[in-house]
Design a protein around this ligand. Structure first.
Ligand code: PLP
Length: 377
């Protein structure tokens, strides 16, 4: 069994993907070939925003977004403590200060109450300018944007949605990557929508921001004269091959893959409810199931279950074994588990099970039975 079966997906889409790759090789337009703009349009249409700017990966996407807002030294950027490093690293690399916020124990996403308390604290201290909130749509589930939006408005902050794992999720009819003032995603192969290498994208409804992002991803050059650099930018492009691969993958994603992933999640939840803590999806929310993450009683039970599943050929992952407050790079902030009780607790208990749209009900059954027999023993 595979944790995320990219081979099954390739087998299903092989003809279209191979034809797309061949077309790029025949054209030799490896950088900014026409497929890149086609993909950007298709992604913007899918998400329901005016603009999509592709780039080299999800980490660059976050950095480019913060650069477009002029984030730098003296600025506070609030993000969830329980996430992939890039959600905070994007602020640090620009000289801004990430302010880590504990999570909601049920959704794993940034806790709105803890967020507001953190903003108040920074305002009161008066050393940093509160500037941006980066909520993360962890494991595929959108963060609590209705409440985060209220807090952002009240305190005059902008929202940058880190949708690297959330692409394909929804609140009501509104899609992930449309909730922030800007949003980013990643096309790393194992993400809900992945390419065959690295890739990323930024979403915005604002025309001026779209133009600025296009300059910033190309060394800061001006749109009129490519040898006149008005800004200091990056070199961060999605190459044409990856765009050609993503075009048919996006079609399958929109037509059935997110539905199938939700069906798989339903099979798990039906079999595992009562045995372990299963993922919580609030009313009106839809996850794209980047991960199906259960919680065990404690670290010993989690580690024991992981080892037992491994002996039966069932791969699992611990996302994440520690919060960002425990990262060595942030040791200087002198943060402790006591300030992030929900992250600390989750890190010791979470286990992500095999999850992808092509998983069969028999396989889910096999995993659920293995979990049940370990817990009984
Ligand atoms: C994967 C990921 C990123 C970074 O994406 P890359 O394409 O690997 O650079 C950022 N944020 C989150 C939450 C992620 O899971």
């Amino acid at each position: 069994m595979q944790f995320r079966d990219l081979g099954a997906q390739y087998a299903a889409l092989k003809d279209e993907i191979d034809a797309g790759i061949a077309q790029v090789l025949d054209s030799s337009r490896f950088i900014f070939g026409p497929q890149v703009a086609m993909l950007e349009q298709a992604l913007a249409d899918y998400v329901g925003v005016r603009h999509c700017v592709s780039c080299a990966n999800g980490t660059d996407a976050l950095q480019l977004a913060l650069m477009a807002w002029g984030v730098g030294p003296g600025d506070a950027v609030f993000t969830a403590d329980f996430t992939f490093f890039a959600s905070a690293g994007c602020a640090s690399i620009l000289g801004a200060t990430p302010v880590l916020v504990d999570i909601d124990p049920r959704t794993f996403n940034i806790c709105p109450d803890a967020l507001e308390a953190a903003i108040r604290r920074v305002e009161k201290e008066g050393k940093l300018r509160p500037k941006v909130i980066i909520p993360v749509d962890l494991f595929g589930l959108p963060a609590d944007y209705p409440r985060i939006r209220q807090i952002a408005q009240k305190h005059g902050l902008r929202i940058l949605e880190d949708g690297a794992q959330g692409f394909g999720g929804q609140i009501g009819e509104k899609k992930a990557c449309s909730f922030g003032d800007m949003a980013t995603t990643s096309f790393f192969p194992a993400k809900p929508l992945g390419c065959y290498g690295d890739g990323g994208a930024i979403f915005t409804d604002d025309d001026a921001t779209d133009e600025l992002l296009r300059a910033l991803r190309a060394q800061g050059r001006s749109p009129e004269d490519k040898y006149d650099n008005r800004l200091i930018g990056m070199n961060s492009r999605l190459d044409t091959l990856q765009a050609a691969i993503l075009l048919p993958k996006l079609r399958a994603f929109a037509r059935y893959e997110v539905d199938w992933a939700n069906k798989v999640a339903g099979w798990y939840t039906q079999r595992l409810s009562g045995l372990v803590e299963v993922p919580y999806v609030p009313e009106g929310y839809r996850s794209s199931w980047a991960q199906y993450t259960i919680q065990l009683r404690d670290r010993a039970q989690r580690d024991g279950l992981q080892a037992a599943l491994k002996t039966q050929g069932i791969p699992t992952m611990v996302y994440y074994p520690r919060g960002l407050h425990q990262q060595t790079a942030y040791a200087g902030m002198a943060l402790s588990d006591a300030d992030f009780p929900h992250t600390a607790r989750a890190a010791g208990r979470v286990l992500s099970l095999p999850m992808h749209p092509y998983l069969k009900e028999e396989e889910v059954e096999q995993v659920a039975n293995a979990v049940a027999s370990y817990l009984k023993a």
